[in-house]
Design a protein around this ligand. Structure first.
Ligand code: GDP
Length: 456
């Protein structure tokens, strides 16, 4: 990773391959100078920031393309440097030729994430906002877009900086005590300090807890559909997806491997996994499938258990549920094939709470099922104003902050000297700072920005 920001970088900002237009972005002190060397049109140096200009890009006498050039003069740009965006026709040949030409004129090919890295280094974004840029680009549902957007707009950062400020105040009061160590004074009221730490811990705990939902929203909620062979799992999956995807057959045990499909309910992606029938495996291939099914259930965030309402006894149902349900795994029980029932659901059919009657084949109660899936996974719904942690790095930093603050609490309760207290508070501040980038290392930056695409 190159941390020099005194050169000018260039990259294609739009996806590689051909398209209607391709946008080439330059950032750095010489962005205008380099562009002007190859731009036939107006004098760019006398143009205002945030203006667009028509002209040609020429390599000597050869006109490469007709383009639009957008100017963003420092510091009013994404990177806070001079930025030029050249919109060319989206031919791979033209784009490559223009980029090569710009490099010959003094630009350097940008590394992955380098534009956003510069935005961070120049103070345009903090680290968690820079990460939100990557999340926003990768978002594939309303909920994941919303979480990333909230982070990009600084919701999370503001919350953290308020926490930081509290701790900084106390750290400095305690430092002051150290200066007057001989006089044995307490500037930082221990009662107030304790209350502030408890308040901060409450906020931290909420943020840490939000990761489960935040991560599920970002990745899609992993949902396993399980049940005995022929219960109608594949048919149900198809009904939910409204397409003929999984293989449906009358022969027990045909869904050998697991199939994963994405279903969007109320803006949240559910990754539905159909599993091989859960029963005593009769051959090895199937044994692998069954083992996979249990493994998938162990890894999943939610379970949909399907049974054939015409062919399952109360005992079988109880045995399956005892087998499948682990800990607090949200589980939805679906009684399938209600179309085969003579009258209304008879007394023979087991009645359990959180059970829904459907006919996968006749697509009855499928919309209701979708809503039940959503509410089983997200019991309280998503509060649009609540910050959701979606990033493992942030989670780990918050957990470390929490651990340090618990030490601070212990230090207040079993009085330790001010210098130890100050150390623990500083440690907490350090971990909090890692999230927004107040505290960074080259390794950390490298790790974050190398995961970006080039041009971002
Ligand atoms: P799986 O082994 O659990 O995946 O079961 P399948 O989806 O392959 O279904 C097994 C058989 O049950 C197929 O013949 C389906 O057509 C049938 N089936 C599935 N759902 C229903 C339903 O709601 N009603 C009826 N009548 N048949 C169903």
């Amino acid at each position: 990773m190159n941390y020099l920001t005194n050169d000018t970088i260039v990259a294609l900002a739009t996806p590689a391959g051909s398209g209607a237009i391709g946008v080439i972005r330059l950032s750095g002190p010489d962005a205008l100078i380099i562009t002007q060397k190859v731009f036939k049109g107006k004098d760019l140096f006398v143009q205002a920031s945030h203006t667009v200009h028509f002209g040609h890009i020429a390599d000597g006498d050869i006109i490469l393309d007709e383009v639009l050039v957008s100017l963003f003069i420092a510091p009013r740009s994404y990177t806070r440097e001079n930025v030029v965006e050249i919109s060319c026709h989206g031919s791979a040949y033209i784009i490559e030729s223009v980029i090569k030409l710009l490099i010959r004129q003094g630009a350097r090919a940008a590394q992955p994430g380098e534009f956003t890295l510069r935005a961070f280094l120049n103070g345009q974004l903090d680290l968690s906002q820079a990460e939100a840029v990557a999340d926003l680009i990768a978002s594939n549902s309303k909920a994941s877009q919303h979480a990333a957007m909230n982070q990009l707009r600084g919701g999370f950062s503001n919350q953290l900086s308020a926490l930081r400020q509290q701790l900084v105040n106390f750290a400095s009061l305690i430092e002051l005590e150290l200066d007057f160590a001989e006089e044995d004074v307490e500037f930082a009221n221990r009662g107030q300090l304790k209350q502030a730490v408890v308040d901060t811990l409450n906020i931290l705990t909420r943020l840490i807890k939000s990761f489960e939902l935040g991560n599920a929203i970002k990745q899609g909620i992993s949902t396993v559909i399980a049940g005995r062979p022929n219960a109608g799992k594949s048919t149900l999956l198809n009904a939910l997806l409204n397409e003929e995807r999984a293989i449906v057959s009358d022969i027990a045990g045909t869904t050998r491997d697991t199939i994963e499909e994405v279903l969007n309910i109320n803006g949240v992606n559910f990754r539905l996994v159909d599993t091989a029938g859960l029963r005593e495996a009769t051959d090895t291939i199937e044994a692998i499938g069954v083992e996979k099914a249990y493994e998938k259930i162990r890894q999943s965030a939610m379970l949909i258990y399907v049974f054939d309402v015409t062919a399952t006894t109360k005992e079988q149902l109880a045995a399956d549920l005892a087998n499948l349900q682990r800990g607090d795994l949200p589980t939805l029980i679906v009684a399938n094939k209600t179309d085969l029932l003579q009258a209304d659901v008879s007394d023979d059919i087991p009645k359990i709470s959180n059970m829904l009657y459907v006919s996968a084949k006749e697509k009855q109660h499928i919309d209701e099922l979708k809503q039940r899936i959503y509410h089983t996974a997200i019991s309280d719904g998503i509060d649009e104003n609540e910050t959701l942690i979606t990033n493992v790095r942030h989670l780990e930093a918050l957990q470390k902050t929490e651990a340090s603050l618990i030490k601070v609490l212990e230090g207040i309760d079993n009085p330790i000297t001010s210098d130890f207290l100050a150390m623990d508070i500083k440690q907490a501040l350090h971990y909090l700072g890692e999230i927004t980038g107040t505290v960074t290392t080259d390794d950390l930056l490298e790790n974050i920005f190398s995961k970006f695409c080039i041009g971002k």
